[in-house]
Design a protein around this ligand. Structure first.
Ligand code: ADP
Length: 575
């Protein structure tokens, strides 16, 4: 049954019962009123008249007016005959009154009339008693009916009171719960109202909605799952190892290449903290190293050397930070990182080939160049014949060029040694004075040619250093030749050697044009030459110097400002 019908019926019936109750009560009140009115009109008046007649009868002997009063009341009584036998008694009183009028002193008649009036009063008294019994009966049935109807009304109202609110509220409550579930994305939620009322219809519509939402959700989910699969396949098919981490460094994905080179199984790494996995896996450790302790911009990462697939491979690590701007927000938030390893093995192999080639060529060139130098020396010798001024100059330039060639081949050989990791260091306790002296002697002639003053300031009692004397002197010579080359005529170069805590500092300060600060780091890169400077060298000297010093555990650096000259320095550990 519909709620509307239920409500109409319930309230209507209650209303009807209240009307019935009122009608029953009104009817009985009316009956009771009639009963009492009857008593009043029919019998009470007769009693009144009878009393008046008795009083008048008593006075008939004293006053002639008494008969008039008697007759007046008798006439009223005549009009008020209501009971059975009352007419006869009234008529008898009337007859006896006529006789009494004729003989007013007849006491017997007095007696008879008194008896008649008493009879009349008895009749009415009895009637009053009977009628009051009837009235009592009416009151009793009124009571009964009012109680019956009242109880029915109460029971009905009580049933309505108990059932109606829960009948309406319960389905609403259930529906609200279900809506909350749907809002929490639990689309499998359904409501079941058995009744065929408005709530039943509502439940039907709600279930259809939930079904549609579920269908929509699962279709979306399958689409998303499909897309996820596609991306996973894509990442897996990449030939380069790719590792995805969330913002807490938890592994979101690791493609087959990562698993192959790390020797891990998917379940060992997926969903785990990369930092934890790194504790017992070398590859993952080198991958996450940069994430935990970020490297400075200038600090270049060395390529990773990984032994996989029965060969050595080289990888360059690239870390991509992933940020997104959530829908409706303006600020970007960090959601994780993707680490991609670029396989640079082919380049490395080419690099090796190049280094080997350079090493071979420079080695092979050294002998002929040395023999050219020897021949030139012989030519200079007077015993091989006189040379004129022009030939002398030519010999001089051949000498310069072969010296340069020898320097270049020497540097190239050094570089190939450095690149192949074959630097043969002969580290021992070396005297800083010896290194300084060795270098000063080597560049003396060059400095003299440009009339440059070399000022050596070496502290006294310097400790010995842990160094390869030859290589360190080579670095100092490189600093000095650069300083001479990039300084103007007649300037001065100061070489400082002093103790600094546990180190010995060697520095070469010139008065040249200086180096811009933006080149300060790059200057130690291979083949780098400051744009605009004379391209006479190879750009290898400082790069090799750096390798030599760092291989000995020292630090190399430069202080320079444009126009203020340059100071190249290195520290070496004291022994
Ligand atoms: P190069 O063989 O070209 O001298 P280096 O590695 O020794 O190679 O030096 C690299 C570059 O650094 C040089 O080309 C030059 O531009 C710059 N340079 C080195 N020393 C100085 C200096 N004392 N003053 C100015 N520029 C310098």
């Amino acid at each position: 049954m519909k709620i509307k019908t239920k409500l109409t019926l319930g309230v209507g019936l209650l209303f009807l019962m209240i009307i019935i109750l009122s009608l029953v009560a009104a009817r009985y009140i009316n009956v009771l009123k009639n009963d009492t009115e009857n008593i009043l009109v029919d019998n009470y008046n007769t009693l009144e008249y009878s009393r008046n007649m008795l009083r008048a009868l008593d006075q008939t002997q004293q006053s002639s007016k008494a008969f008039l009063t008697f007759e007046e009341n008798l006439n009223k009584q005549r009009k008020n005959v209501t009971e059975i036998g009352e007419r006869e008694v009234t008529d008898a009183i009337s007859d006896h009154l006529i006789q009494l009028k004729q003989s007013p002193s007849n006491l017997t008649l007095h007696q008879i009339i008194r008896k008649d009036i008493t009879e009349l009063m008895r009749l009415n008294m009895e009637a009053i008693q009977r009628k009051s019994e009837i009235a009592q009966q009416t009151a009793r049935s009124a009571n009964l009916w009012i109680v019956i109807t009242g109880t029915l009304c109460f029971l009905f109202a009580f049933t309505l009171l108990v059932n109606l609110p829960s009948n309406i509220a319960n389905p609403i409550k259930e529906l609200t719960e279900s809506i909350k579930e749907i809002a929490a994305k639990n689309y499998s939620q359904r409501v079941h109202f058995g009744s065929k009322n408005e709530f039943g219809e509502l439940a039907g519509s709600f279930n259809t909605m939930a079904e549609k939402l579920e269908e929509y959700d699962s279709s979306n989910l399958s689409k998303i799952l499909f897309e996820k699969k596609r991306i996973e396949t894509l990442i897996n098919n990449m030939h380069e190892p790719v590792l995805g981490l969330d913002e807490n460094k938890k592994v979101l994905f690791a493609n087959d290449e990562v698993l192959k080179i790390s020797g891990l199984r998917s379940e060992d790494i997926m969903g785990k903290s990369a930092v934890d996995v790194a504790l017992h896996n070398d590859l993952i450790r080198s991958l996450v190293q940069g994430l935990v302790t970020p490297k400075s911009d200038t600090e270049k990462e060395k390529p990773l050397k990984i032994y996989a697939d029965n060969k050595e491979s080289y990888f360059e690590k690239e870390i991509v930070n992933i940020t997104i701007t959530p829908t409706g927000e303006k600020e970007k938030i960090f959601i994780g990182q993707v680490i991609v390893l670029k396989n640079i093995t082919p380049f490395k192999e080419l690099d090796f080939a190049k280094t080997n080639f350079i090493a071979t060529v420079s080695h092979e060139l050294k002998t002929p160049i040395s023999s050219i130098k020897m021949s030139v020396q012989l030519l200079e010798n007077k015993q091989t014949g006189e040379v004129n001024e022009e030939q002398k100059q030519l010999i001089e330039s051949i000498k310069d060029d072969s010296n340069r060639l020898l320097k270049i081949t020497g540097e190239l050989l050094n570089l190939s040694q450095v690149e192949t990791g074959n630097i043969q260091l002969n580290i021992q306790q070396s005297s800083p004075y010896k290194i300084l002296q060795y270098a000063m002697e080597a560049v003396k002639i060059q400095a003299d040619q440009k009339q440059i003053k070399l000022i050596a300031k070496a502290e006294e009692d310097l400790p010995e250093v842990k160094a390869d004397t030859e290589k360190t002197a080579w670095v100092l010579i490189n600093f000095l030749t650069n300083a001479i080359r990039y300084s103007s005529q007649e300037s001065k170069i100061v070489i400082d050697v002093k103790k600094q805590s546990d180190n010995v500092l060697f520095s070469v300060k010139d008065e040249g044009k200086g180096i811009e600060s933006r080149y300060r780091e790059k200057i130690f890169d291979r083949y780098f030459q400051v744009p605009g400077s004379a391209k006479t060298g190879t750009g290898l000297g400082l790069a090799i110097s750096k390798e030599f010093i760092e291989a000995q555990g020292g630090i190399i650096g430069l202080d320079s400002e444009i126009g203020m000259g340059s100071t190249f320095y290195f520290y070496l550990n004291r022994s």
